[in-house]
Design a protein around this ligand. Structure first.
Ligand SMILES: Nc1ncnc2c1ncn2[C@@H]1O[C@H](COP(=O)(O)OP(=O)(O)OP(=O)(O)O)[C@@H](O)[C@H]1O
Length: 120
């Protein structure tokens, strides 16, 4: 049997719109990768800065509120996870976000002491 991800652990990091989080969580559960870490972040891509005014002063917001999702997989191919997140997070507008795939050296499950793919 061919192992998913060539036997390696992969970290998928996705930076998405906060209001797409619910749909992305559902999509991840559907592909069998329900475990994830979510962090509120701010960032900048090609999404234009927002200009505003407060008490007569102009200000620019060039960092947009985003949500970062981190998901480590062993048995589920990283490409499937990327596709699931990409489809669920897409609105077609600038600022939809980005997804990165990174190798992971090892994992350790605190409760059982299991390591590697058994820990994920
Ligand atoms: N090269 C990058 N490195 C790190 N984070 C990035 C990078 N590109 C985008 N991000 C993060 O993703 C968020 C969303 O990026 P954004 O969707 O604007 O990217 P884009 O690739 O420029 O595409 P778009 O055309 O959809 O705007 C950013 O606010 C930032 O947090």
């Amino acid at each position: 049997m061919t192992e998913s991800n060539d036997g390696e652990l992969k970290l998928i990091t996705a930076i998405i719109r906060p209001d797409r989080l619910g749909a992305v969580k559902e999509a991840l559960a559907e592909v069998g990768a329900p475990s994830l870490t979510v962090t509120n972040v701010s960032g900048r891509g090609s999404q234009p800065a927002k200009k505003g005014q407060w008490r007569g002063e102009e200000y620019t917001v060039d960092l947009h509120q985003k949500v970062k999702i981190e998901c480590v997989v062993a048995d589920i191919p990283a490409e499937e996870v990327v596709e699931a997140i990409g489809e669920a997070a897409n609105t077609g507008e600038p600022g939809d976000g980005k997804i990165f795939v990174l190798p992971v050296d090892d994992a350790y499950q605190v409760r059982t002491g299991k390591t590697g793919s058994d820990a994920v």
